[in-house]
Ligand binder design. Structure first.
Ligand code: G4P
Length: 290
């Protein structure tokens, strides 16, 4: 069974609603997390956008936290996909957000005649930064649509300056998580589903990825020798270094897991990306072989 599964029962309702909305949209803006651009995407969005022949502006958000070299590789990878254009941004950076309307316009030049507004839809799984982006685009705060399933929420369409509208998709947007690895990466990156997966397991899996991809960052932060460790060993080392000890002297691995996850999420370990186009291709190929 996959480690993490969210709202699988709402998939069909979500699909229908999204397909309906897309009929009256010119450009789909899909927000993903630049630290895990594929795992934080929703394949349904691309599938339906292609079906409706709508271009997708794929935003790799939180680029301020991601490894710039990996972000560059992902942008090239997405740009090579038909109907997709990628941009890396931080929704917290007003100048970067300011580029988005022009990028969306380029994708729908037929709407650029001053009579037809450019209709954009904002989509993405929870926690990738949709509300932050929406507020930045509107230059004011709008109520968060929330992460509840689509069927219980209505969507809102807002004017985004002259000749542009932005439709917020209902919070739904959790795809079925097809790969365990994606579930772990998502759980590690977003403080969500705390009951869905055990933090220690998530932290150990994150540890394995970082030991392979960013050993120097771990060595610098925790003064450990990465080559001698696996994910669990790393957590034990973090527990010792940070004094995570329970009564009786045993290591408090739950606390260490929280320390480690917080360090990663806050950027204290540096700019990190958990997957690259290559690592993803390898993961998918290994699954096919099974
Ligand atoms: P959502 O609507 O897609 O669910 O996501 P939301 O905007 O609520 O953002 C989720 C979290 O990600 C928020 O942090 C938000 O501040 C943060 N975030 C969004 N965009 C960026 C970005 O480009 N860079 C960075 N570093 N963080 C970003 P939070 O901890 O939930 O809230 P808070 O700390 O902002 O109060």
């Amino acid at each position: 069974m996959p480690a993490v599964q969210w709202f699988p029962g709402h998939m069909n309702a979500a699909r229908r609603k999204l397909a309906e909305t897309l009929a009256a949209i010119d450009v789909v803006i899909e927000v993903t997390d630049a630290r895990l651009p594929a795992a934080s995407g929703n394949p349904l969005i691309e599938e339906l956008a292609r079906f409706r022949n709508r271009p997708i502006l794929k935003l790799l958000n939180k680029a301020d936290l991601a490894d710039p070299a990996a972000t560059k590789a992902w942008m090239a990878w997405f740009d090579a996909r038909p109907g997709v254009r990628a941009a890396a941004i931080s929704a917290k950076n007003a100048a970067e957000v300011g580029r988005i309307p022009a990028l969306a316009r380029q994708l729908a030049p037929h709407r650029d005649d001053n009579t037809k507004p450019l209709r954009m839809m904002l989509a993405g799984i929870p926690n990738v930064g949709k509300s932050t982006l929406m507020n930045a685009l509107l230059k004011r705060k709008v109520a968060k649509v929330g992460d509840e399933p689509a069927v219980t929420k209505s969507q809102q369409t807002l004017d985004l300056g002259p000749g542009m509208t932005l439709t917020d998709t209902p919070g739904l947007m959790w795809p079925k998580i097809e790969h365990d690895a994606d579930g772990y990466m998502l759980a590690a990156s977003h403080a969500i589903g705390r009951n869905a997966v055990i933090d220690e397991e998530v932290a150990a899996r994150l540890g394995e990825i970082l030991l392979a991809r960013y050993p120097a960052a771990l060595a610098a932060r925790y003064r450990v020798e990465p080559s001698a460790l696996d994910g669990e060993g790393l957590l034990e080392a973090v527990a010792r270094r940070r004094g995570c000890i329970v009564k009786g002297g045993a290591l408090d691995l739950e606390k260490a897991a929280n320390v480690f996850l917080t360090d990663y999420r806050s950027g204290a370990l540096g700019r990190i990306t958990l997957e690259t186009p290559e690592s993803r291709a390898l993961m998918l190929a290994a699954k096919e072989e099974k």
